[in-house]
Design a protein around this ligand. Structure first.
Ligand code: ATP
Length: 900
C-alpha cells in the first residue's frame, strides 16, 4: 500500500474533510492498518517521538573526567613529581589519576544508563486497531493511518482526525492555553486555517481526555505533530537533581574548601619542619584530593538509580527521582480500596428484587453457578424482575466476558463484569442483547456521579437504564417494580431498601442498584433522563481482599506508618473490609458527606484519628491530603482517575495505578505501581529507606576514613614525627576507598530490620547529629590504631621505610574493616548475612591484592617507598586494624541495649 505524504496531502486541513475521506487519503480503513503496513510506515515516517536532546557521547564523558580542576592539579603534581622524586613516583601518580578518571567515567556512564533505562520503562502506550484487532501498542510505534481508541483519562499520543466521538471532552490547555475541556465531535468543520482550538474534530498529541470515548485516525506523529512543532521550547530533558543531591553537592563544596585550607595549613607546617617545597606541594595536593569525596555525586546517582531498578523488580516505578528520598520518610499511606487493597475481581453474591433475596453461587469470572432462593435452586429467567435487573444491568455496560483457552476473563471494568457474569449464569448473553436493543446514547460513569445511564431502542420505544450507588439510584426513582408491576416508591419502601443495602454492606459487599425508565421525548437531557425512574433491584458483589495487603498493613504498623483507606464504596462496606484488613483499629470511619459538613479547622482536628474515608469523590481526596500535610505528615496517596490528578500532585508521594490508572493520573504521579498492589507501596518505602540509609553508610565510611587519615597525619606532623604517608600512597588509598569500596556500600541490599524502625524525620539532613558523632569517633579510632602502630614501629628498631609501610598497610586494613562496620549503622555485622553484599567482599579482596602488589613488586616498592613486611608483622597489623571492628561493634551493642 503506497501512500503520499499525508501531512502535505491536505495541507493540515484534515478538519475540513470527513472521517471517511481522511481514512481514504491515508490509505487506512475502520479496521486499521495491517501490522506489516504499520511497520513499513515506521521506516518512512519515523517513530512517534519527540527528538530528545542528544546525550553526551561516552568519549566526551570520559574526557570530562579529566577536565576537573582537581585532576588538572594532580597532573601538574605528577609533573613536579617526575622532576623531584623520579620517574617511578611520577608514573604512579599518573596511573592513579588515569584509573580514577576511568573509574569515574564507568560510574557516571552506569548512572546515565540506569536512568535512561528507567525513562524507557515509563514510556506511554496506546490502544490501536490493527488488522481489525484491538492492540496495546507502545505510543512510539504509532504511524499516520493508525486507528486509536480514546477513553477518559488517556493522554493523546499523536495528532488525529476523529472518526467517532461519544461525549468526548478534551483538555487542550497545553496547546491552546484554554483550561476548560473542549467538547469534540466527528463531523466536518468548515473554514481553512482556523485556530487549533476551533478544530473540534481533531485531537492533538500531548492533550488529555477528561471525559467520554472515541476513535481517531492518526494524521501526524512525532515532530510533525502540533506539539512536536513547539517541542523545541518544551525540551527540558535535563535531569532534575534531587534535594539530597543538592545537599550533598553543597557538602562536597564545603569539604572541598575545608580540604584545601587543611592541606595548605599542613603543608605549611611541613615547610616549617624543613621539608622541601616541591614535596610539600605534591603532598598537599594529594591530601586535598583525599579529603574531597570526588565519587560522591556518582555514588549517590548510582545508589538512587540502582535502588530505583530494585523497586521496578518489586513493582514500583519511580517517575520523579526526588520521590525516592521522600518515600523513606513517608508516615501515612492513603490508599484506594478497590484493586489496591482488594483484588478488583467482583463477583455478585446476592441479588435483591421484588422483596426477594437471591443467592448466586460461583466465584471469579467463570459464568457457572446456581441461583438459589432460600436454599432452593431456581431458574433466574423465570422471575421477571430478576430477569429485568440482569438484562438492564448488562445493557448498561461496556464490559465483555471472554474465554481464552478455557480461562474466563473480562475486558473492561470489574464492577460491570460482575453483572455480565451473573447474567451469563442465568443464560442471558450480552452479545445477543446488544444487537437486539442497540444503544443510542449514554451518560458515562464517573466517580462523582457514581452512576451510569444508557439509552436503548426497545421495540420501537426508547428506554433508559441506570446502574450505580444505591442512594444515588434511589434518589432518582419515584416508583419500583414489584412482580412486574410498577408501583409507587413510598418513604417506607425507600427505608426498607436502604436497610437491605446496609445488611449487604455489612458483609463487605459492594452494592449496586439498577433502575429503568421509558423515555417519551427524543431529546436527551441528562437531568430529565435520570429522574422519575423505576427502581428495579440491587446486587451485592464481593471483592476479596489481597492477602499480601494484610501483611503489608502489619508491616506499616511496625514501621510507624499509618495506612488509611479511601474508597468510593459506602461506609458500611468500607468499614467491614477495613476491619478485615486490619486498617480500622481504634480510629473512626467518615463518609464524604460527613466531611463536607466540617469546616477546614474542624476537619484538621479529627483527620488524624480517621482510618477510613468512604463515599469519597476525588475533590475530597485533595482535602484529606492537604489536611494531613498541614499537620506535618509525609503522605503517600494513591489514585487512578482523571480527577485524582490534583491530589496526586499535592501529595508528597503521588502513587498511580499501572494497570487500571489513566494516563492523566500517571503523569501527575511520582510513582506508578505496575501491579496496582498496596504491598508494592510498602516495598517501595522499604527501598526508599534503604537507599537513603546506604548513602548515609557510604558517607560515614568515607568521611570517617578520611578523618582518620587526617587526624593521624596532623598528629604525626605536630608531634614532630616523620610524615608517614607519601603523596602516591595517599592517592592510592583514596582510589581504593572512594572508588571501589564506596560503590559497594552504596548498593547494600535493604537491611532486614529497616521496617522495624520509625520513619526518618524529613527535616533531618543526611548527616544528623548521631552520624557526625559516629564519623568523629571512628576517625579518632582509626588515627589511634594507625599512629599507634607507627609509633611502636619507630621505637622498636624498624627502619623508616618499614614503619611507614606498616602505617600505610594498617590504615588500609582499618579502613577496609570499617567498610564492613558501615554495612549497618545500627545492626551488628555479626548478625548480618556475610555474603549478602558480594560487591563489598570482592572489592575488599581486590583492594587487598593491590596493596600486596604495592609492597611486594620491586618497581612499585620503589614508587610507593614500601618494603615487604614479614608474616608476623602482617598478622600484627591485621590484629591492630581489627580493633576497629571490636570497638565499633561494642558501641553498636551498647546503644542497642540502651535503646531497649
Ligand atoms: P475505590 O475508591 O475503593 O478504589 P472505586 O474507585 O471502585 O473504589 P468508584 O469507582 O468511585 O470507587 O465507585 C464508587 C461507587 O460507584 C461504587 O461504590 C458503585 O456503587 C458505583 N459504581 C462503580 N462502578 C460503577 C459503574 N461502572 N457503573 C455504575 N456505577 C458504578
Amino acid at each position: 500500500m503506497e501512500i503520499t505524504k499525508p501531512e502535505t496531502n491536505t495541507n493540515n486541513q484534515w478538519h475540513t474533510i470527513s472521517g471517511e475521506e481522511t481514512l481514504q487519503s491515508l490509505h487506512s480503513s475502520p479496521t486499521g492498518l495491517t501490522q506489516s503496513e504499520a511497520e513499513s510506515r515506521i521506516l518512512r515516517f519515523g517513530t512517534n517521538e519527540l527528538i530528545a536532546e542528544k546525550r553526551e557521547s561516552p568519549l566526551i564523558l570520559l574526557f570530562n573526567q579529566f577536565k576537573s580542576l582537581l585532576i588538572i592539579i594532580l597532573i601538574i603534581a605528577a609533573g613536579v613529581s617526575f622532576w623531584t622524586d623520579g620517574v617511578a613516583e611520577g608514573i604512579s601518580i599518573l596511573i592513579i589519576v588515569l584509573l580514577a578518571g576511568v573509574l569515574g567515567f564507568i560510574q557516571e556512564f552506569q548512572a546515565d544508563k540506569a536512568i535512561e533505562s528507567l525513562q524507557k520503562m515509563a514510556s506511554p502506550h496506546a490502544q490501536a486497531i490493527r488488522d481489525g484487532v484491538e492492540l496495546h501498542v507502545e505510543a512510539s510505534q504509532l504511524v499516520p493511518g493508525d486507528i486509536i481508541i480514546l477513553k477518559t483519562g488517556d493522554k493523546i499520543p499523536a495528532d488525529g482526525r476523529l472518526i467517532e466521538a461519544n461525549n468526548l471532552k478534551i483538555e487542550e490547555s497545553s496547546l491552546t492555553g484554554e483550561s476548560l475541556a473542549v467538547e469534540k465531535s466527528s463531523g466536518i468543520i468548515e473554514g481553512k486555517n482556523i485556530p487549533l482550538g476551533d478544530r473540534k474534530n481533531m485531537i492533538y498529541s500531548g492533550t488529555t481526555i477528561s471525559y467520554g470515548r472515541g476513535r481517531a485516525v492518526i494524521v501526524a506523529t512525532g515532530m510533525k505533530t502540533e506539539f512536536g512543532k513547539i517541542a523545541g521550547m518544551l525540551q527540558s530533558t535535563k535531569n532534575r537533581r534531587t534535594p539530597l543531591q543538592e545537599n550533598l553537592d553543597q557538602l562536597g563544596k564545603k569539604l572541598g574548601i575545608f580540604s584545601i585550607a587543611l592541606a595548605a595549613a599542613m603543608s605549611g607546617i611541613g615547610l616549617l619542619r624543613g621539608y622541601p617545597f616541591e614535596k610539600m606541594f605534591i603532598w598537599g595536593v594529594a591530601l586535598a584530593v583525599a579529603v574531597i569525596p570526588e565519587a560522591l555525586p556518582a555514588v549517590v546517582t548510582i545508589s538512587l538509580a540502582l535502588g530505583v531498578q530494585r523497586m521496578v523488580k518489586r513493582r514500583a516505578l519511580i517517575r520523579k527521582l526526588p520521590a525516592v528520598e521522600t518515600l523513606g520518610a513517608t508516615n501515612i499511606i492513603c490508599s484506594d480500596k478497590t484493586g489496591t487493597l482488594t483484588h478488583d475481581e467482583m463477583t455478585i453474591k446476592k441479588i435483591y428484587v421484588s422483596g426477594k433475596m437471591y443467592d448466586v453461587e460461583g466465584a471469579g469470572y467463570t459464568p457457572e453457578g446456581q441461583y438459589r432462593f432460600e436454599e432452593t435452586p431456581v431458574t433466574a429467567k423465570e422471575d421477571k424482575d430478576l430477569h429485568n435487573l440482569l438484562k438492564f444491568g448488562t445493557l448498561c455496560n461496556d464490559t465483555i466476558l471472554q474465554n481464552t483457552d478455557g480461562t474466563w476473563s473480562i475486558l473492561g471494568d470489574p464492577t460491570e463484569g460482575a453483572i455480565v457474569v451473573a447474567a451469563a449464569k442465568a443464560g442471558i448473553e450480552y452479545s445477543i442483547l446488544r444487537d437486539e436493543f442497540p444503544r443510542l446514547d449514554e451518560i458515562p460513569f464517573s466517580s462523582e456521579s457514581k452512576r451510569m445511564t444508557t439509552m436503548h431502542k426497545v421495540k420501537g420505544r426508547l428506554e433508559a437504564y441506570s446502574k450505580g450507588a444505591i442512594e444515588v439510584i434511589l434518589n432518582s426513582c419515584n416508583a419500583q417494580y414489584i412482580n412486574g408491576e410498577v408501583i409507587e416508591l413510598t418513604e417506607e419502601a425507600r427505608a426498607h431498601l436502604l436497610a437491605k443495602a446496609a445488611s449487604l454492606s455489612e458483609n463487605a459487599l459492594r452494592v449496586l442498584a439498577v433502575s429503568a425508565k421509558v423515555l417519551t421525548a427524543k431529546v436527551f437531557n441528562q437531568k430529565e433522563i435520570e429522574s422519575d425512574m423505576v427502581f428495579v433491584g440491587m446486587v451485592g458483589m464481593f471483592d476479596p481482599p489481597r492477602a499480601e495487603a494484610k501483611t503489608a498493613i502489619d508491616t506499616c504498623f511496625t514501621a510507624g506508618i499509618k495506612p488509611i483507606m479511601i474508597t468510593g464504596d459506602n461506609k458500611i462496606t468500607a468499614k467491614a473490609i477495613a476491619k478485615s484488613l486490619g486498617i480500622l483499629r481504634k480510629g473512626r470511619a467518615m463518609s464524604g458527606s460527613e466531611l463536607d459538613e466540617l469546616s477546614d479547622e474542624e476537619f484538621e482536628h479529627i483527620v488524624e484519628e480517621t482510618e477510613v474515608f468512604a463515599r469519597i469523590s476525588p475533590s475530597h481526596k485533595l482535602k484529606i491530603v492537604t489536611a494531613l500535610m498541614d499537620k506535618g505528615h509525609i503522605v503517600a496517596m494513591t489514585g487512578d482517575g482523571v480527577n485524582d490528578a490534583p491530589s496526586l500532585k499535592k501529595a508528597d508521594i503521588g502513587v498511580a495505578m499501572g494497570i487500571t490508572g489513566t494516563d492523566v493520573s500517571k503523569e501527575a504521579a511520582d510513582m506508578i505501581l505496575t501491579d496496582d498492589n498496596f504491598a508494592s507501596i510498602v516495598n517501595a518505602v522499604e527501598e526508599g529507606r534503604s537507599i537513603f540509609e546506604n548513602i548515609r553508610k557510604y558517607l560515614v565510611f568515607l568521611l570517617s576514613g578520611n578523618m582518620g587519615t587526617v587526624f593521624a597525619l596532623v598528629y604525626t606532623l605536630l608531634a614532630g614525627l616523620k610524615i608517614p604517608l607519601t603523596a602516591v600512597q595517599i592517592l592510592f588509598i583514596n582510589f581504593i576507598m572512594d572508588g571501589l569500596i564506596a560503590i559497594a556500600l552504596g548498593v547494600e541490599p535493604p537491611e532486614p530490620g529497616i521496617m522495624n524502625r520509625k520513619p526518618r524525620n524529613v527535616k533531618e539532613g543526611i548527616l544528623n547529629k548521631d552520624t557526625i558523632v559516629l564519623i568523629g569517633f571512628i576517625g579518632i579510632l582509626i588515627a589511634i590504631v594507625t599512629t599507634g602502630v607507627y609509633v611502636w614501629a619507630g621505637s622498636s628498631g624498624f627502619t623508616d621505610e618499614q614503619a611507614k609501610t606498616m602505617f600505610f598497610l594498617t590504615l588500609i586494613f582499618a579502613r577496609l574493616f570499617n567498610g564492613f562496620n558501615c554495612r549497618s549503622l545500627e545492626q551488628s555485622i555479626f548478625t548480618m548475612k556475610f555474603w549478602s553484599n558480594k560487591g563489598l567482599i570482592i572489592s575488599s579482596l581486590v583492594s587487598l591484592a593491590m596493596s600486596i602488589l604495592v609492597v611486594s613488586v620491586p618497581f612499585l616498592q620503589q614508587a610507593f617507598t614500601t618494603t615487604l613486611p614479614n608474616p608476623i608483622e602482617w598478622l600484627g597489623m591485621i590484629v591492630a586494624a581489627f580493633f576497629i571492628i571490636v570497638v565499633v561493634e561494642t558501641v553498636k551493642w551498647l546503644f542497642k541495649r540502651m535503646a531497649s
